[in-house]
Design a protein around this ligand. Structure first.
Ligand code: FES
Ligand SMILES: [Fe+2]
Length: 419
C-alpha cells in the first residue's frame, strides 16, 4: 500500500488520508522528566486561587503530579505531594493545623516545607521525623493566586513582575479559572493566532465582542525579550485600531479586553487580562486569569471571576455548535493536536514563531542554559506591549493595507504621533 498523503490533492480522497500520526512529544508531553515538562517547571506556575483555599485541603493535579494545596491555620500556603509519606493516604483528607497539615490515618503532621513535625504513634524517642521529609514545593502568593515553583531547587527564579500588574487608574483582580479538555499547547497556540478574532469571534460564528473585530487586520509578529507579540491593525472607518497582545514564554499571554469599538482616539489603553495555561496533564489544561478592572465598571468579584463568553463549557452543546467560542475551537483540535496533519498558512506565522520559542526554550533547559523569559532581577519590572491604540488616520486608497502595517509598527515602537 502506498504511503498516505499528508497533502491530499484529490476530491473524495479520505481513503488516502486516514492515518493519524502521533502528536509531537517534544512540545506536548509535560510529565516529570519530559523535556517540555522540565522546561515548564523552571517558571512559577499558578496552581490555585487563594479564594479556593478554605478549611479543607484541595487536591490538584499539575503537569501529571498529584498534589495537595492548602492554607494552614496560621495562614501559610502549602503545596505537598498528595500521598502521605507514611503509608500513602491522600492528604486531601488531612486536617489543617496551626502549623501544617495532619494526615487523617495515623496523625503525622507535615509543615508547608515538607518537614515532619509529629509522628504521634511512634515512641517518644523516635528520630524518624528528624530524618525524613515529605515532598513539598515552594509557593508564592500574588494578587489572590497561589503560584508554585516545581523545578530544581537551585534554579528557582525571581517571580516575574510585568508592567501590566500595575496600571494607573485600574485595579488588578483575581479573575477566572476554567478547564479545557485538551493539551496545553493548542490552548497557547491560540494566543498568537489573531486572525481567529475576526472569524471565530465575529464573521463566521457571530459577533462575540465589538463589531470592530469583524474587520480583517493586517497582522505582524515580533519577538520580545520575554517571548513575542502580535500586532493586529484594522481600518475602522476614519480610524485605525492597533491591538497588541503579548506572549510571555512559556505559557502566559495577555490581551486587551474585547471592548474596543475603535470609534474615537485612544492611546495605549490597557485594561488587560493576563492568562496562564497550566497543564493538569497532557489532555487537560487549566487557565488561570488576573484581570485589570476599571473601578468605574462597578463589577463584583463574582462577575470578575466569571469566564468570558465561549471560554468554557458553560453553554448547551447545540448552542455551542451554532455559536462556537474559544473553548470549542481549541478543545476540538483533537485532545492533543497533531501537527503532522496541519497545513499551516500565512496567518499561522505567529503559531510557528511561538512553537519555535518553546522548542528553543526546551532545548536550552535540556542543555543547562537559561531559556528566554527567565533571568529577571529582583525588583525588576518587565516592560510589555499589550494595548489598544486607536488613531484617526485617513484611508490612503490602494496603499491602505501598507499604511496599516506602518501604523502598527510605529505603535509597537512607542511612536503614536506620526502615523
Ligand atoms: S498514612 Fe498518613 S500517617 Fe499513616
Ligand atoms: Fe479567542
Amino acid at each position: 500500500m502506498s504511503r498516505p498523503s499528508r497533502f491530499l490533492n484529490v476530491p473524495y480522497g479520505a481513503w488516502h488520508a486516514r492515518e493519524v500520526p502521533p502528536p509531537d512529544p517534544l512540545l506536548t508531553r509535560t510529565d516529570p522528566g519530559t523535556p517540555c515538562g522540565e522546561y515548564l517547571r523552571r517558571f512559577w506556575q499558578p496552581v490555585a486561587f487563594a479564594r479556593d483555599l478554605g478549611d479543607v485541603p484541595r487536591r490538584i493535579r499539575i503537569m501529571g503530579e498529584d498534589l495537595v494545596v492548602f492554607r494552614d491555620r496560621s495562614g501559610r500556603a502549602g503545596l505537598l505531594q498528595l500521598q502521605c509519606s507514611h503509608r500513602g493516604t491522600s492528604l486531601e483528607y488531612g486536617i489543617l493545623q496551626a502549623r501544617g497539615i495532619r494526615c487523617c490515618y495515623h496523625g503525622w503532621v507535615f509543615d508547608v516545607d515538607g518537614r515532619i513535625l509529629e509522628t504521634p504513634g511512634e515512641p517518644a524517642d523516635s528520630t524518624l521525623k528528624q530524618r525524613l521529609c515529605h515532598g513539598a514545593y515552594p509557593t508564592h502568593e500574588f494578587c489572590g493566586l497561589v503560584f508554585a515553583y516545581m523545578g530544581p531547587p537551585d534554579a528557582r527564579p525571581v517571580f516575574p513582575m510585568y508592567d501590566t500588574f500595575d496600571v494607573p487608574g485600574l485595579e488588578l483582580h483575581p479573575a477566572a479559572q476554567f478547564l479545557l479538555p485538551c493539551n496545553w499547547l493548542q490552548v497557547k497556540d491560540n494566543s498568537m493566532d489573531p486572525v481567529h478574532t475576526s472569524f471565530l469571534h465575529a464573521i463566521s460564528s457571530g459577533y462575540h465582542f465589538t463589531e470592530a473585530f469583524g474587520e480583517l487586520a493586517e497582522l505582524e509578529w515580533q519577538e520580545t525579550p520575554y517571548g513575542m507579540l502580535y500586532v493586529a491593525t484594522r481600518r475602522v472607518g476614519a480610524f485605525v485600531w492597533v491591538r497588541i497582545c503579548d506572549f510571555m514564554a512559556p505559557n502566559v499571554h495577555q490581551f486587551t479586553r474585547e471592548i474596543e469599538e475603535a470609534a474615537s482616539e485612544r492611546i495605549a489603553s490597557r485594561p488587560v487580562v493576563i492568562r496562564w495555561a497550566v497543564p493538569v496533564d497532557d489532555t487537560r489544561t487549566l487557565n488561570f486569569e488576573l484581570a485589570q478592572v476599571d473601578p468605574a465598571w462597578g463589577l463584583t468579584p463574582e462577575q470578575i471571576a466569571r469566564p468570558g463568553f465561549g471560554q468554557s463549557a458553560d453553554r448547551p452543546y447545540e448552542e455551542r455548535q451554532r455559536h462556537p467560542g474559544d473553548y470549542d475551537a481549541q478543545s476540538s483540535q483533537r485532545t492533543i493536536a497533531v501537527h503532522d496533519l496541519e497545513h499551516l498558512a500565512s496567518t499561522d506565522r505567529g503559531v510557528i514563531m511561538l512553537r519555535g520559542i518553546l522548542r528553543d526554550g526546551i532545548r536550552a533547559v535540556a542543555a543547562g542554559e537559561t531559556p528566554r523569559g527567565l533571568g529577571a532581577k529582583p525588583g525588576q519590572t518587565i516592560t510589555t506591549y499589550c494595548q489598544d491604540t486607536v488613531l484617526r488616520v485617513p484611508a490612503s486608497g490602494p496603499d491602505d493595507r501598507a499604511l496599516l502595517r506602518q501604523v502598527g509598527r510605529r505603535v509597537v515602537a512607542g511612536d503614536h504621533q506620526r502615523p
